[in-house]
Design a protein around this ligand. Sequence first.
Ligand code: TYM
Length: 345
Amino acid sequence: MRIFSGIQPTGAKHLGNYIGAIRRYVTSQREGEALYCIVDLHALTVAYDPVQLRRSVYDLAALLLAAGLDPERCVLFRQSDVAEHTELTWLLSSVTAFGDLQRMHQFKEKSAAQRELVSAGLFLYPVLMAADVLAYRATDVPVGDDQRQHVELMRDIAIRFNQRFGGGAPVLAVPEHRIPEVGARIMDLQDPSRKMSTTGGSQEGTIYVLEGREAIERKLKRAVTDSGTEIVRSPQKAGVSNLIEILAAARQISPEQVEERMASARGYGELKAAVSEAVVEMLAPVQQRYGALRGEEAELERVLGSGAAKARLIARETLAEVREVMGVGPRTVAGTHSHQARSLT
Ligand code: TYM
């Protein structure tokens, strides 16, 4: 099993990112060979500030390490350090259907939200994402529910590539998404019909990983519920369902267990207090470790650099094979770079 996931260095990471993705990267690094990528190139697809982008990469690297990623157990790297991602994006674009990219929910949402430029990069975003994963022939992609369509597209791209160029032997692995049963879609506390998000959500409805106890308690106290008292999940009770799911994820129990334990509670206040406590406890160790790690930029750069060197070795091998079967560049022998047929003299 080879695990790959990517995360954008944009804005402060929130509870959805933590429960839906980051915490699962930490457990996955013990289950197989794992690569985690800070996708700075994806962040260029919407308006951004270059100075802030560089800072945000360090913020996120420190956060991931504070959450428990161990550079001895996984490969943590910055996307732009491995140029194979961008080369593979172009090569894969030849087996990606224009119509499929037009149908991507995220493209539709983000392009509608752009006030100035809808960049071609935003349109090609899912192809870069496919390249991220396929460059490593990863089999498992831990993500939240919002990335489901992107993972489905990368599967289609891999399948089409193998059909077109594989000649019977698949060159690219067809990856599977690993979307958790609980916590795959944490909703905004102020508007539980929308997912918690850095860009689309509300400040008061979003809990950040580095937020203090007071703010967490306040936001949860004000979380939108309904006028009833029953603590059960149901489509009519989106706010309460979201709180149950957060509590289940934070305590690592099932939502059914939360409902059982809360059956005798006197109203939503008790549920909200229990969620606050669980979230504060879950995030405290990450917050304690973050400060010291963030202060050491040279060390963060060293970790990312050594991760990139390891990643590059794998990606380079895949790219050599992809180029070979696509007829790009000089002929190589069985995917190795022995340029015997090509002599400069
Ligand atoms: P990004 O940076 O938006 O989000 C990182 C991860 O957090 C998950 N997530 C959530 N999970 C539960 N509830 C939420 N409210 C919530 N919001 C975000 C996301 O599903 C994601 O797993 N395109 C990707 C980054 C990417 C990538 C990849 C992922 C680039 N290349 C290759 C996997 C494989 C993104 O923007 O994630």
